[in-house]
Design a binder for this molecule. Structure first.
Ligand SMILES: [Zn+2]
Length: 155
């Protein structure tokens, strides 16, 4: 029983919830308690995620301020049930999380004797800058996204 009490006390402390003594003194309603716990847990893990993500170099392109536990990331909100759109969203999510492997990365880590040159235009090394801003083959796709970004509506 002592162990149970200690564990409960630690959980309440971890999520900055009222202590057992405070709860016994003023017992909240079930609905109010569920809201309080959900908010405390989501806040704790959102903050934990933000602090841990700053230590991960692959997440440096991800804006963690807009990410909250229990909410869908904006990049996934625009994904529809159209297979092509979902595939595009997967690519965007991989770029944001640093898990999209470009030719230069594959060549750097010697994955399957990959050539670092862009397979689309074959002009230069395919790195993130080339992929996002320079590749002439992707110019048409890029143009459709630049206009909304320039107007501040990058959905
Ligand atoms: Zn290219």
């Amino acid at each position: 029983m002592e162990l149970f009490y200690t564990e409960q006390k630690n959980v309440l402390l971890q999520y900055s919830l009222p202590s057992l003594e405070e709860l016994l003194a003023s017992l909240p309603t079930k609905i109010k308690w569920k809201q309080t716990v959900r908010y405390a847990i989501n806040t704790f893990w959102s903050n934990r995620f933000r602090s841990l993500s700053k230590e991960k170099s692959t997440l440096n392109r991800l804006c963690t301020d807009t990410i909250n536990i229990g909410e869908i990331h904006p990049v996934w909100k625009i994904a529809s049930e159209i297979p092509g759109d979902t595939k595009k969203t997967i690519t965007k999510a991989r770029i944001l999380t640093g898990t999209y492997l470009l030719q230069a990365t594959k060549a750097k880590f010697n994955i399957g004797n990959t050539d670092p040159i862009c397979p689309l235009c074959k002009l230069e090394e395919e790195n993130l800058q080339h992929f996002l801003t320079k590749c002439p083959t992707l110019e048409g796709v890029r143009r459709t996204f630049y206009a909304p970004i320039n107007t501040g509506c990058n959905q």
